[in-house]
Design a protein around this ligand. Sequence first.
Ligand SMILES: [Zn+2]
Ligand SMILES: [Zn+2]
Length: 148
Amino acid sequence: MKKVREVRLDMNGIYKTKARELITTYLKSHTEQRFTAREIYDEICRKEAGINRTTVYRNLDRLCETGELLKFKEPNQDAWYYQYSLKHNHCDKHMHGQCSVCGKIFHLDEPFVKSFGDKLLEKYGLDIDPAQTIVLGKCSKCRRIKKK
Ligand SMILES: [Zn+2]
Ligand SMILES: [Zn+2]
């Protein structure tokens, strides 16, 4: 009886680590995109059957707490979006732009963006949270497609 329980605990442990690994590997190789929890879960399932949704969702929360992932809520969208946080890029310190058509992410880390934020605080008293701020638009590629 005791043995069975130990084995089961080990399996849970393996799935937990595995899920975490799969999530970070997947998002790390797609740093210019963001995904809903559902999309991430579907992707993980394709790679490793047997990982349940709760494990994936719980790992997403954990990875957000440690700062490895960023969590966004987009205007007019109900779902949360997750994106890998490039530590050397300080993704939690700058705003991001996103193409509303293809979802491409822009890291707005130029100094003028930061001074735009400072100006907002100065003029309007609005202290924006860069990690939560997304500027929506259309990337050059998607604008070209539309014109054709
Ligand atoms: Zn960034
Ligand atoms: Zn685009």
